[in-house]
Ligand binder design. Structure first.
Ligand code: BJW
Length: 233
């Protein structure tokens, strides 16, 4: 591997699949069980808040019994041992990177365990249901929504992500279908900046052809092997 110092890693639902968390677009995934427009858009929330709050309550509750897998553990090991710049940009709303011990994590699509108040716009750590309209811990208004990014909304911390890609020597995409923008466009942004690009995914994704290299397999196997490789220099 060429001299690598600064790394940006993008993760998607595939990295948490082996922890038992449903992906979105695979067979049996969340979008087979629910219409995206109903549960992952601001319009869907305005139409039927009970449905949307219940959908996220169910996923937040399910997360409690899930554990990080070998891929999360390997990225946490990389984070601990890597002296160069490293940013794990996750599209996932679970907290499995953090529970594995990773620190340099950015949740571009928000977090299940965070609440956003529509009255005061403050965010609060949250691990309880929202369907029963609990008061906002800051302003007491019963106006909480999941602090996640729905279609049509701006993903979080885009400037920080683009700055990290500009500094990077290597961009690695793990367990994402490449179907959702702007994350799906990061590989092209990286290529334009002459950043080396690598994909680790169960199968070839929609954007596989953009990567310098694409490896197919389970994240729980591919990621630990790649981490050992990159740490060996
Ligand atoms: C394994 C594995 C194993 C399985 N090991 N691998 C037309 C063109 C271009 C863009 C648009 C367009 N029309 C509209 C848009 C914009 C829109 C968009 O992208 N739409 C597409 C449908 C085309 N995007 C937006 O609206 C975004 N905002 C936006 O664009 O703002 C304007 C802007 C402009 C410029 C700069 C910045 C901003 C917001 C998108 C929000 C997405 N939100 C969701 C829900 C979050 C909350 C929640 O979790 O409920 O995010 S949707 C859902 O998809 C979720 C995910 O993070 C996201 C990506 O899914 P992911 O992670 O890739 O999962 P899957 O299931 O698709 O793939 C899993 C992969 O893993 C598969 O490939 C498997 O093979 C693999 N896998 N097991 C390894 N064991």
């Amino acid at each position: 591997m060429p001299d690598i110092r600064n790394i940006v890693i993008l993760t998607g639902a595939g990295i948490s699949a082996e922890s038992g968390i449903d992906t979105f677009r695979d067979a049996g995934g969340l979008w087979e069980q629910h219409r995206v427009e109903d549960v992952a858009t601001p319009e869907g929330f305005a139409r039927d808040p009970d449905l949307v709050l219940g959908f996220y309550d169910m996923r937040r509750e399910a997360l409690l019994s899930k554990q990080p897998n070998a891929a999360h553990e390997a990225l946490a090991k990389l984070d601990r041992g890597w002296s160069g710049e490293l940013l794990i940009v996750t599209q996932n709303v679970d907290d499995l990177h953090e529970r594995a011990g990773a620190k340099r994590v950015l949740h571009m699509h928000g977090e299940l365990k965070s609440a956003l108040c529509l009255s005061c716009e403050m965010r609060s750590p949250w691990d309880a249901p929202m369907s029963d309209r609990p008061p906002c811990p800051v302003c007491q208004a019963p106006s909480l929504r999941p602090d996640v990014v729905w279609f049509g909304e701006m993903p979080y911390q885009m400037e920080r992500i683009y700055a990290a890609i500009r500094q990077a020597d290597l961009f690695v995409s793990i367990g994402t279908s490449g179907a959702v923008y702007p994350a799906a466009g990061f590989v092209r942004d990286a290529r334009e900046l002459s950043v080396r690009t690598l994909e680790l995914n169960l199968e070839r994704s929609e954007g596989s052809h953009w990567f310098h290299e694409s490896r197919q397999g389970r994240a729980g196997e591919l990621v630990p092997a790649w981490v050992d490789e990159v740490m060996a220099g």
